[in-house]
Ligand binder design. Structure first.
Ligand SMILES: Nc1ncnc2c1ncn2[C@@H]1O[C@H](COP(=O)(O)OP(=O)(O)O)[C@@H](O)[C@H]1O
Ligand SMILES: [Mg+2]
Length: 336
């Protein structure tokens, strides 16, 4: 239902030549979490501002995450500034409340935002772009206004995932005036938001963000993929809770995995346990691990597909040209 409505909306956008908007809508939609929606949104459609928000019960705790030192420290400061906001205000300061998270998928951006909400015991609101972006001129801004009017009524953590979908460079040549208006309006709303609303925006592509957008954020935190050592620590944490320890050390497992996001490493471990559990005693943890390691090397990874593609093109470009061939002569002629 949600999907068909959004598809209709996108078709509508395309029909009106709002391709950029439609593309962004599409990308933003794919970012909306699959956690059961709607239950907490207003069913009346009367425009309370809650339509474009999903409230999620924060489960993740900041302490459950393995975070780079600066992220951990900034997270701690952020929480303290809000817990003790009265002290700051007594001295004429406001807690910081506009946070930008960037980094490749699966390394804790959403979890961090959730962890902040959990630590502050605030509602965690995730913005639904599919319900935000309208097809009529000015409709998106009208909905944004309602969203912000609603949000400013109480302290909360407001999460914009895939923020580059809307906060992208305004200098695009294909840019429609409507998108410029939406971005400007969004920036203005962010500026005017009271500090008890913690806005956290996440992006896989910080470099795509408009400078004016970038500047709005008081804290900008990088969530890089874990290095080998961090993968080992992460695996160890998970595996030490298994009823049976595999013979292979976490160092060896991490070495075989080469690179992984935290989310991928977690998936991997869960799959090993699934094999193990369904094996009903027939499949030992070592067999399960071996099976999954074999599958791991064959898995599809978008980044790797791209890398392989560019390696192939590079290989073609550098393929040696046999001496004396017509191509060689042509090349020498060009270089002369
Ligand atoms: N830094 C981390 N420490 C521990 N677990 C992590 C970390 N990053 C990701 N995970 C695991 O991967 C899952 C997906 O991560 P998520 O926060 O959605 O990543 P992102 O939003 O950056 O794509 C999380 O629910 C968590 O279980
Ligand atoms: Mg995320």
């Amino acid at each position: 239902m949600l999907k068909s409505t959004t598809e209709a909306l996108m078709a509508d956008e395309r029909a009106k030549k709002h391709h950029v908007l439609a593309d962004r809508l599409q990308r933003a939609l794919s970012a909306v979490p699959v956690t059961p929606p709607a239950l907490t949104t207003s069913a009346t459609g009367g425009g309370t501002g809650r339509e474009a928000i999903i409230e999620i019960q924060p489960q993740m705790r900041l302490d459950d995450l393995l975070l780079p030192l600066p992220v951990r420290e900034n997270g701690r400061q952020l929480v303290e500034e809000h817990v003790r906001a009265d002290v700051l205000r007594a001295h004429g300061y406001e807690p910081r409340h506009r946070i930008l998270l960037s980094g490749p998928p699966g390394n804790g951006k959403t979890s961090f935002a959730e962890g902040v909400a959990e630590a502050l015991a605030l509602p965690f609101f995730v913005v639904r772009y599919d319900a935000l972006i309208g097809s009529y001129l000015g409709e998106t801004n009208a909905r944004l206004r309602k969203l912000f009017d609603y949000v400013r009524t109480q302290p909360s953590v407001l999460f914009f995932d895939e923020f580059d979908a809307i906060g992208k460079e305004r200098g695009d040549t294909h840019e429609t005036g409507e998108i410029k208006r939406v971005v400007s309006f969004l920036l203005m709303q962010l500026d005017q938001l009271p500090s008890y609303v913690v806005v956290i925006a996440a992006t896989n592509h910080a470099e795509l963000l408009d400078r004016a957008v970038w500047r709005r954020f008081q804290m900008r935190l990088a969530f890089p993929a874990p290095d080998r050592n961090q993968v080992e620590v992460f695996l160890d944490r998970i595996i030490s809770n298994w009823p049976e320890a595999p013979r292979l050390s976490v160092q060896k497992i991490a070495a075989k995995m080469e690179t992984a996001s935290y989310a991928e490493a977690l998936d991997f471990c869960q799959n090993v346990r699934r094999r193990n559990i369904l094996g009903l005693g027939e499949t030992g943890i070592d067999d399960a691990l071996e099976t999954e390691l074999d599958l791991w090397s064959a898995r599809v990874r978008p980044e790797r597909l791209n890398a392989e593609r560019s390696e192939q093109t590079a290989a073609v470009a550098e393929e040696p040209i046999p001496p004396g061939s017509a191509r060689r002569k042509a090349k020498e002629h060009r270089q002369a």
